[in-house]
Design a protein. Structure first.
Length: 394
C-alpha cells in the first residue's frame, strides 16, 4: 500500500519536474489555461502579423510598421471577435461560461508581464497581443475539455500550457486534431474557508459572575426577612440557594475571567486578512460580498468591497491578477483595547502568484497598517483599515 502511494506521488510529480527549469520559448502564437480554486482563465498570446496574415484579421499593417497606442486600441474589437471562438474550453460539458477580461499589448518577455503604455509607439514585430477570458470553476474535480478551433496558415503545432497548483504542463496541439488532454490538478484544500476568531467568552463570564453575585445577595436579604417572620425552614432553603449561587458565581461553569484571557492580536488580524484575501478569489460579486462579510463589517466591508471591484477593473485593464496564497504576520502591536474593540498596528507579508505565459510568477508584498477590530456576531471582524505602506518585493 505504501509503495503504491509513493508510486502515485512520483507519477503526479512528473509533469511538474519536467517543466521546472525549462525556459518558455516565445512562439508566434500560443495559449494557456490557468486553473485556480474558484475560476478558470484562458489566454491567447499572438503576434500582430500572425493574427492578420494567418487568421485574416485586417489590422492594416505591414512588416516593420510602427503603431501608437490609439491605433492598437482601435484593433481591440476585431481581435476579440476573431479570437473568442479560437480557443474553445468546455467546463463539465458547458462551453459558454467564459467572459472576456480584456485585450492587452505586451512586450515579448516570458519572465515578466510588461504591458505597453498608451504613449509607447513600437514596431509590430516588437510586441504581442494577449487576450484573456475567465469563467467560474464549479468544483475542484470539474472536467475540462480543450480544442484549438482555427490554426493560422503555415502553423502546424500550437503550444498550450496548463497551469494549476501542481505546476505547468505544455501540450503541443496538432492541426490534425486540434484537441488536447486538459486534466487539471488542484489541491483539495484550495476552497478551505478561513475560520474567524471567536470573541473571548471571558467578558460574558464576568457579566454572568456579577449577575450571580447580585442574585445571591438578594436571596440573602430575602432569607433574612423570612427568618425574622418566623419562617425558619423557608429561610434556610432560600439561604442555601443564595450560598449555591455565590459559589457558582465565583467559578461560573469552570470558565476564567476576561482579565485572565489574553487577546491574541496576531492570530486575530491574520484570520481577518485571510478572510479578505479569500473573498477576492470569487468572480461573482454577490458571493464575494457574502465571503467578505464573514471577516469585515462597517466601513471596512464597504471599502474592501469597492477595492475588490477596482481590482477586478484593474485586471480588465492589465490582463492579470495576483492571487494571494499565504499571509504571514510579522508584528502586531495593540495600540488600544476597550472591551470588544481593539486597534492593532501590524505589518504582514503576502505570498501569491500572477499567471502569465502559461505559468505562475511568484509575487511577494509587505504591508503596514492600523487595523480596527470589533466583536460582531460572536467573532472578531475588521471594522477599519488604514494602510500606511505597501512594498512589492522583487
Amino acid at each position: 500500500m505504501i509503495l503504491r502511494l509513493v508510486t502515485l506521488l512520483l507519477i503526479s510529480l512528473v509533469p511538474v519536474v519536467a517543466q521546472r527549469g525549462r525556459e518558455i520559448i516565445v512562439t508566434d502564437v500560443s495559449a494557456a489555461i490557468y486553473a485556480t480554486g474558484w475560476e478558470l482563465e484562458k489566454e491567447i498570446v499572438i503576434r500582430p502579423l500572425t493574427l492578420q496574415d494567418g487568421l485574416g484579421v485586417s489590422l492594416g499593417i505591414q512588416d516593420g510598421d510602427v503603431v501608437d497606442g490609439a491605433t492598437r486600441d482601435s484593433w481591440k474589437a476585431d481581435i476579440s471577435d476573431e479570437l473568442s471562438e479560437t480557443l474553445k474550453v468546455w467546463i463539465d460539458g458547458r462551453e459558454n461560461a467564459f467572459q472576456q477580461v480584456g485585450v492587452q499589448f505586451i512586450l515579448p518577455d516570458p519572465n515578466e508581464f510588461k504591458p505597453l503604455l498608451p504613449e509607447q509607439s513600437l514596431s509590430v514585430d516588437d510586441f504581442m497581443i494577449t487576450v484573456t477570458w475567465v469563467a467560474p470553476l464549479p468544483s475542484l474535480k470539474s472536467q475540462i475539455d480543450v480544442e484549438w478551433a482555427k490554426f493560422p496558415s503555415n502553423i502546424e503545432i500550437i503550444p498550450i500550457r496548463l497551469a494549476d497548483t501542481l505546476g505547468t504542463r505544455t501540450v503541443q496541439v496538432q492541426r490534425e486534431t486540434g484537441k488536447m488532454d486538459a486534466e487539471i490538478r488542484l489541491a483539495a484544500n484550495l476552497r478551505k474557508t478561513p475560520v474567524p476568531v471567536q470573541v473571548d467568552q471571558g467578558r460574558k463570564v464576568s457579566i454572568l459572575r456579577r449577575a450571580l453575585m447580585c442574585a445571591s445577595l438578594l436571596l440573602l436579604v430575602v432569607a433574612f426577612f423570612l427568618l425574622k417572620k418566623g419562617k425558619r425552614y423557608v429561610a434556610i432553603m432560600v439561604g442555601s440557594g443564595a450560598t449555591i449561587l455565590f459559589f457558582v458565581g465565583c467559578f461560573p461553569l469552570g470558565m476564567r475571567d476576561s482579565s485572565e484571557e489574553e487577546f491574541d492580536a496576531a492570530t486575530t488580524v491574520k484570520r481577518v486578512l485571510e478572510g479578505v484575501y479569500y473573498a477576492y478569489q470569487f468572480t461573482d460579486r454577490e458571493a464575494q460580498y457574502d465571503a467578505m462579510e464573514q471577516s469585515l463589517c462597517g466601513d471596512a466591508l464597504e471599502a474592501s468591497f469597492l477595492e475588490a471591484a477596482a481590482a477586478m477593473g484593474m485586471r480588465e485593464r492589465e490582463g492579470s491578477r495576483v492571487r494571494v496564497r499565504s499571509v504571514t504576520i510579522n508584528t502586531a502591536e495593540i495600540l488600544e483595547k476597550q472591551g470588544e474593540k481593539s486597534l492593532v498596528r501590524t505589518d504582514w507579508t503576502t505570498l501569491g502568484e500572477m499567471g502569465h505565459w502559461g505559468h505562475f510568477h511568484k509575487v511577494k508584498h509587505s504591508h503596514r497598517a492600523d487595523v480596527s477590530l470589533v466583536a460582531h456576531n460572536g467573532s472578531w471582524k475588521g471594522m477599519h483599515f488604514r494602510l500606511n505602506e505597501r512594498i512589492e518585493e522583487k
